[in-house]
Design a protein around this ligand. Sequence first.
Ligand SMILES: *[C@@H]1O[C@H](CO)[C@@H](O)[C@H](O)[C@H]1NC(C)=O
Ligand SMILES: *[C@@H]1O[C@H](CO)[C@@H](O)[C@H](O)[C@H]1NC(C)=O
Ligand SMILES: *[C@@H]1O[C@H](CO)[C@@H](O)[C@H](O)[C@H]1NC(C)=O
Ligand SMILES: *[C@@H]1O[C@H](CO)[C@@H](O)[C@H](O)[C@H]1NC(C)=O
Ligand SMILES: *[C@@H]1O[C@H](CO)[C@@H](O)[C@H](O)[C@H]1NC(C)=O
Ligand SMILES: *[C@@H]1O[C@H](CO)[C@@H](O)[C@H](O)[C@H]1NC(C)=O
Ligand SMILES: *[C@@H]1O[C@H](CO)[C@@H](O)[C@H](O)[C@H]1NC(C)=O
Ligand SMILES: *[C@@H]1O[C@H](CO)[C@@H](O)[C@H](O)[C@H]1NC(C)=O
Ligand SMILES: *[C@@H]1O[C@H](CO)[C@@H](O)[C@H](O)[C@H]1NC(C)=O
Ligand SMILES: *[C@@H]1O[C@H](CO)[C@@H](O)[C@H](O)[C@H]1NC(C)=O
Length: 882
Amino acid sequence: MLKERFVGLLIFAYFLFTSRFSSAHPLCRAHERSSLLDFKASFAINKSVSSDPSAYSKVASWAQGRTTSNCCLWDRVECDEDTGHVISLDMSSSFLYGNIDSNSSLFKLVHLQRLNLADNNFNYSQIPTAISHLPMLTYLNLSYSLFSGQIPSEISGLSHLSSLDLSRNYDFNSREGLLGLLELKRPDFSSLIRNLTNLEELSLSFVNISSTVPTSLANFSSLTSLILKGCGLKGKLPVELFQLPSLQILNVKSNNFFGELPQFNQTSALNVLNLASNSFSGEIPTSIGNLNSLTEFHAYDCGLSGEIPFSIGNLTHLKYLDLSINNFSGPIPSSIGNLTQLIELDLDSNHFSGPIPLSFSKLINLESLYLFKNELSGTVDFDMFLRLKNLTVLSLSNNNLSLIIKPSVDGPPPQYIFLGLSFCNLSSFPDFLTHQVRMENLRLQGNHIGGPIPAWLMNMSTETLLGISVAENSLTGELSRAICNFSSLSVLRLSGNKLVGELPLCLGNFSDSLAALDLRDNSFSGSIPTFAKGNQLRIIDLSHNQLQGKLPRSLANCKMLESLSVENNQLNDVFPYWLESLPELQILVLGSNKFHGVIKAPQTDLGFVKLRIIVISYNNFTGMLPSNFIQNLKAMKSSSVGDLRYMETTYTLRPSGGNEVTFLFGFTITITIKGVRRYYPEINDDLSFIDLSNNNFGGEIPEVLGDLNGLYALDLSNNNLTGGIPSALANLKRLESLDLSQNKLSGRIPPVLEQLSFLQYFNVSHNNLAGPIPPANHLMTFGSSSYEGNLGLCGIPLPNKCGNSEASGLVPLPSFDEEQEDHSGSPFQFGWKVVAMGYGCGFVVGVFIGHVVITRKSRWFAMTFCVKNLHVKRKPRSKRGN
Ligand SMILES: *[C@@H]1O[C@H](CO)[C@@H](O)[C@H](O)[C@H]1NC(C)=O
Ligand SMILES: *[C@@H]1O[C@H](CO)[C@@H](O)[C@H](O)[C@H]1NC(C)=O
Ligand SMILES: *[C@@H]1O[C@H](CO)[C@@H](O)[C@H](O)[C@H]1NC(C)=O
Ligand SMILES: *[C@@H]1O[C@H](CO)[C@@H](O)[C@H](O)[C@H]1NC(C)=O
Ligand SMILES: *[C@@H]1O[C@H](CO)[C@@H](O)[C@H](O)[C@H]1NC(C)=O
Ligand SMILES: *[C@@H]1O[C@H](CO)[C@@H](O)[C@H](O)[C@H]1NC(C)=O
Ligand SMILES: *[C@@H]1O[C@H](CO)[C@@H](O)[C@H](O)[C@H]1NC(C)=O
Ligand SMILES: *[C@@H]1O[C@H](CO)[C@@H](O)[C@H](O)[C@H]1NC(C)=O
Ligand SMILES: *[C@@H]1O[C@H](CO)[C@@H](O)[C@H](O)[C@H]1NC(C)=O
Ligand SMILES: *[C@@H]1O[C@H](CO)[C@@H](O)[C@H](O)[C@H]1NC(C)=O
C-alpha cells in the first residue's frame, strides 16, 4: 500500500516534469475535444454565480481552430502524456450556470482522474448517476455548486477516490439559515464510504445526514481530513476518530453530538479540531495535552463544564483557542501563558473566576483576546495588555475586575479596533485612548468615570469609530457638538450619566449610519433636534431627561425606527399621529409628559400596524378611547405561540475596506406597578401591551379592545371612563395584567372574565361597580385591594357577604386593607415575579444596545438567533475553516 503510493508519487512528479518542460505536448483526442466543447456549450456563463474575486470563466478560451485545436493546451485541461486522454479538469469558480444530468458530455471523458466543479451554479441538479462512467477518479469536488437531492450510490463505486468534497451545497437565499440541499440517506453514510477506503480527504459539510458517525471510519488509515459541519449528526463522537493515525483535520461543528468527549490519543496527528456548537457534556479530558500538534482548537458553545485542564499548556503550537460560551469554571490555568503562538484566545461567556493569569503577558502574538462575561476578579495592571503590541481586539467587560491604567513604559500602545472595558472599575478615561486612530468600538459602560467628556476623546478615531458607549458613569457638563465629529457612528450611548444642557443640533444628522441613540437618564433640557431625511435610526431613547417643547415632526424621517421612548420629560404636544408613517415602529413610549388632546384615528389602514407596546400614561389626553386607532393595531392581534425569543434587532454595516459589523440591539424593560419599579434586561419577542393610565380619557371602554388578543397587559386606570366592563375583554386570552382601577365604571364584573386564566394581576378598585365578585377561583385569589372602593361590590375576598339582599342595594362598608398590600408574600407580588421572568411584561423604558459582532465571529450571531450560520452570505472563502 505504502509502496504503491510512493510509486504513484514518482509518476506524478514525472508527469509534472514532462508537462512543464517537454516541448512535445500530448495531442488531444478529437472525440474528447468535442465532448469538452459540448460541455462548454451546455452552460450559460453568469458572473453573478461566483463571488470569488479570482474567479473567471475557464472555458472562455476553449475553441476549435487551427492553432487552438489541441485541447490538452486548453485552460485547466490536462491530458495523459502518453495516451493524450483528458485526465484532469478543473472548472472551479468558472461562472458555469445551468443544469447538468447524465447526458452531459462530461461523462464521455472516461479517463478523468481529477474533476473539480466547485463554486458554480448547477441549478439544483441531482448529482448525475453517470458519475460512475468516470471510474478512474481519485479527486472529485462538487462543493458549493447548488447540487441537490440524494447522493447517488454510484459515488460509492469510485473506489480510487482519495479526495471527495460534496460540501456546502446549500441554498444561500434561504432566510432560514443554511439548509443543506444534498442528502445522504439511501445510501447512507456508512454504505457511501464502505468501498472508498483510499480516502484521504472527505468533506460532507451541510449534507443532510442525520445519523451517527459510522465506526467503520476507524479503518480509514489514510484519512487526513474529515469535515462534517452542519450534517445533523448525532450520538457520541466515536473514540476511533482520535485513533486515526493520519487524521490532521477533524471538524464536526454544528451537529447534535452529545455525551462526554473521548480520551485523546497520544498517537494523534491532529492539527485542527473543531467541536463547536454541539451538545456535549462533562469536562475536557486531561489527555487533551496529548494533542500536541494542534494549531486550532474550537470548542465554543459545546455544553462543556468543569475546569480547563492544566495540560492545555502542552499544546504549544496552538494559534486559535476558542472555549467560549460554555460552563467552564474555576481559574484560567496559568499554563495557557505557555501557548506563545496564540493569535486568538476566546474564553468569554463562561464562569471562570480568580485573576487573569500574569502569564498572559507572554502571549506576544495575540491579536484577539475575549474574556468578557466571566467572574474574573482582582486588580489588573493594564500594562500587561499594553505590552502585547499585536493585540487589536480586547474585551474584559462584565467581570469583577479593577483595572489600573498607567501610562505605558514600553513604547506606544497598541492600536485597538475593539476595546471592551465595561464594568472594570475605571475612574477616568484611559490616557492611551488619545493615541487610537483606528478604533471601531469602544465600550466603557458601568465604570465610575466622572467629569465632563474630554475634548480629546471626541477627536479619537473620528473616521473609524462605529460604536461608543460610556453609559452608566458619572459624566457631567454639557454635551459638546464635537460629539458630531464621529462621522461614521452607528451607536451612541450616553445614558445613565449626569449630562446637562441642550442637545447639540447636529445630533440629528451627523452620521448617515446612526442606528441607535441612547441619551436616557441624564438632565438634558431644551428641545429635541431635527432628524435628517434618509437616516438609519432604529432606536431613539431620550427618556428621563428634562426635554421640552414638541416632538420634532422630522421624526417622520426615521423610516427604520422601531422604538421611540421619550418617557419622563416635559414635552408638550398632541398625540404624534404622524408617526403612523413609520412602517417598523413597534414601541412607542410617551409616558409622564404633558401630551394632551384627543387621539385621532390614523389616516390610513397601514398606520401603526407593527406597534406592540404603547405607553402614554401620566399625560393629559382627553376624549374617548380611540376605537379606530385600536382597530389598526394589527401586531397586537396575533396570538401566535412560538418559541420564546427575546426581542432584538440587528443592523449590519460594512465600513469601506473594513470588516462587516453587525450590531445587535436588545430591548430592556422596567415594570412599574404601585410605585415598585423592576428592571428586566430582556423582553419577549411577542410581548404586547397598552398603558393609557393616568390620563383624562372619558366615555366607555371600546369593545374593539377585545380584538387585541395578543395583549399581555392592559392598564386603563386613573381615567374618567364610564359604562360597564365589556365582556369582550374575556377574549384577551393571554392577558396577565388588567388594571381598570380609579375610573367611573359601573355595573357588574362580567363573570366571563374568569376565562382569563393567565391573569396574575387584576384591579377594578375605586369605581362604581356593584354586584357579586364572580366566584371563579382565581378572581377570588386577588386581594381585597383589587376590589375596594366600589360601594356596590360584595363577596370573597371582600369582607361583606353578598347575602340574599345583594341585589336590593344594601351598601357594604368599603374596606381599606393597606397592610395586605405591603405584605411581601402577597399573591400579587409573587404573581408579578412570575410574569416578569416568563414574559417580561411591563413598562418599557429603555433599550440596551447589545453585542457587536464582527463577521469573523459568526458564532455570536448564531448563538443569539438560535439559527446556525444565519449570517453567512455568498462570499469568498475565508482563510480560516469556520
Ligand atoms: C445569473 O445567475 C443568477 C443566479 O445566480 C440569476 O438570478 C440571473 O438571472 C442570471 N442571469 C442570467 C443572465 O442568466
Ligand atoms: C434552472 O431550473 C429551472 C427550474 O428547474 C429552470 O426553469 C431554469 O431554466 C433553469 N435555469 C438554467 C439556467 O438552466
Ligand atoms: C438524455 O437524452 C435523451 C435523448 O437526447 C433523452 O431521451 C433522455 O431523457 C435524456 N436523459 C436525461 C436524464 O436527461
Ligand atoms: C464494494 O465493492 C464490492 C467488491 O469490490 C462490491 O461487491 C460492492 O458492490 C461494492 N459496494 C458498493 C456500495 O459499491
Ligand atoms: C491510541 O491509538 C492506537 C491506534 O492508533 C491504539 O492502538 C491505542 O489503543 C490508542 N490508545 C488509547 C489510549 O486510546
Ligand atoms: C505533554 O506532551 C508530551 C509530549 O510532548 C507528552 O509526553 C506528555 O504526556 C504530555 N502531557 C500531558 C499532560 O498530556
Ligand atoms: C507552563 O506554564 C506553567 C505555569 O505558567 C509552568 O509552571 C510550566 O513550567 C510551563 N511549562 C512549559 C512546558 O513551559
Ligand atoms: C505581530 O504582527 C506582525 C505583523 O502582522 C508580525 O510580523 C509579528 O510577527 C507579530 N508578532 C509580534 C510579536 O510582533
Ligand atoms: C388637562 O386638560 C384639560 C382640558 O384640556 C385642562 O383643563 C387641564 O388643566 C389639563 N390638566 C393639566 C394637568 O395640564
Ligand atoms: C368625566 O366625564 C364626565 C362625563 O362622563 C364629565 O362630565 C366630567 O367633566 C369628566 N371629568 C373630567 C375631570 O374630565
